[in-house]
Design a binder for this molecule. Structure first.
Ligand code: PLP
Length: 407
């Protein structure tokens, strides 16, 4: 990406000109949430000003307009993920709700005592706890794919975990701590050889690398809007029609029904069967705006630029004595976790904050992973396409100062 292009992109994100503690904000916490371009904020305003009416129910003009916009947003999400059927996209509150939906509904339909679920050691709590809840509810066992010292999943060990009792595999596409891009296509192929479906947690992948659910042959694929420049509180679950038809609804209420009597309720068709209650039609349209914005820049171009930023930052960070980068997979996304000497990550994060630099510290909602590494947590810098090499240089100056103060 050219300098001019990046400047133009940055001008579309007003928050990037904010000052914190009288210092220019350097926002390197993009894996937690991304900033929003003007077009997304304007879409939210515009939808409330011109399009607000409850959808699917009204015969009146506004309700029909809002319904059309919500369903068009579903089409946009489907296309962004490479899905061919709009009905295979369910709007959720985000990745967490999408995984809970599958863990509950798939568990109800297909799991019984003694069965097994396979996840990996580098999962976010959102892709651990819902499965543990299912295990507790129905007496299942959780099996965990190990990783090597670079933070890459061990596929030989993974294949050995799969057996007749394995009901589903659920893995992250990209680790939010290590940045590892997991070979999910291969993981899916191996599971499918044994007719086991796979859920992919795409929270950290969709904003950064091209995703095609058909090419991956994913059975379920989930992501959050707020991590891809969209609003909070909206995300999506892609599921193959055959699975979504085979599992029961997650929640009951309005919209998800075909008929209701006190004796019996029948359920609506896809996708409405999984969308009980008034959907976030404002959020869905703003999410579509965000996805179209990303598309207009080009996800391939974004991936290439963020790779450049990540490699540049990694190289520069290794200038610091005692620097330990946690996660050195060959395939890595725009996340760098690190520790310096014996300094506690929290102290580094606190002092960087005072210098205007937003990074994250701690276990990053992946406590089992952090425990497996026998470390107290990490400092995590995570990039987006609006970040620059100049920001990385400023970060480096600040980090050197902080390390000097704390050593
Ligand atoms: N999965 C991964 C890999 C994540 O990084 C996150 C958030 O950081 C989540 C799941 C949860 O996403 P959300 O809180 O938007 O539901």
């Amino acid at each position: 990406m050219t300098k001019e292009k990046i400047e133009q992109i940055r001008s579309e994100f007003p928050i990037l000109t904010e000052q914190v503690y009288k210092k220019p904000l350097i926002y390197f916490d993009n894996a937690a949430t991304t900033q929003k371009p003007k077009c997304v904020v304007e879409q939210i305003n515009s939808a409330y000003y011109h399009l607000n009416a409850n959808i699917h129910r009204g015969v009146h003009y506004l309700s029909q307009k809002a319904t059309e916009a919500h369903e068009a947003a579903r089409q946009t999400v489907a296309e962004f993920l490479g899905a061919t059927k709009r009905e295979e996209v369910i709007f959720t509150r985000g990745t967490t709700e999408a995984i809970n939906l599958v863990a509950f509904s798939f568990g109800e339909a297909f799991c019984k005592t003694g069965d097994e679920i396979v996840i990996s050691v580098l999962e976010h709590h959102s892709n651990i706890v819902p499965w543990q809840m299912l295990c507790e509810r129905k007496g299942l066992k959780l099996r965990v794919i190990p990783m090597n010292e670079k933070g890459e999943l061990e596929l030989d060990e993974y294949a050995k975990l799969l057996n007749d009792k394995t009901k589903i595999v659920s893995v992250a596409h990209v680790s939010n701590v290590l940045g590892t891009v997991n070979p999910v296509k291969e993981i899916i192929r191996i599971a499918h050889e044994k007719n086991i479906p796979v859920l992919v947690d795409g929270a950290q992948a969709v904003p950064h690398i091209p995703v095609d659910v058909i090419d991956l042959d994913a059975d379920f694929y989930v992501f959050s809007g707020h991590k891809i420049y969209g609003p909070t509180g909206i995300g999506a679950l892609y599921g193959k029609e055959k699975w979504l038809n085979a599992i029961p609804p997650y929640q009951g209420g309005g919209e998800m029904i075909a008929t209701v009597s006190f004796e019996k309720t029948t359920y609506n068709e896809l996708p409405f069967k999984f969308e009980a209650g008034t959907p976030d039609y404002i959020g869905s349209t703003a999410l579509a705006t965000a996805l179209n914005y990303v598309k207009s820049i080009g996800i391939e171009e974004i991936a290439a630029y963020e790779k450049e930023l990540t490699e540049y930052a990694t190289k520069r960070m290794l200038e610091i004595e005692g620097m330990r980068i946690i996660g050195t997979a060959d395939e890595k996304s725009a996340v760098i976790s690190f520790l310096v000497g014996k300094i506690h990550p929290y102290d580094i994060g606190m002092l960087l904050d005072k210098l205007g630099i937003a990074v994250r510290t701690g276990h990053h909602c992946a406590q089992p992973l952090i425990d497996s590494l026998s470390i107290p947590g990490t400092v995590r810098a995570s990039f987006a396409f609006y970040n620059t090499k100049e920001e990385i240089d400023s970060f480096m100056e600040a980090l050197k100062r902080v390390v000097m103060m704390l050593s």
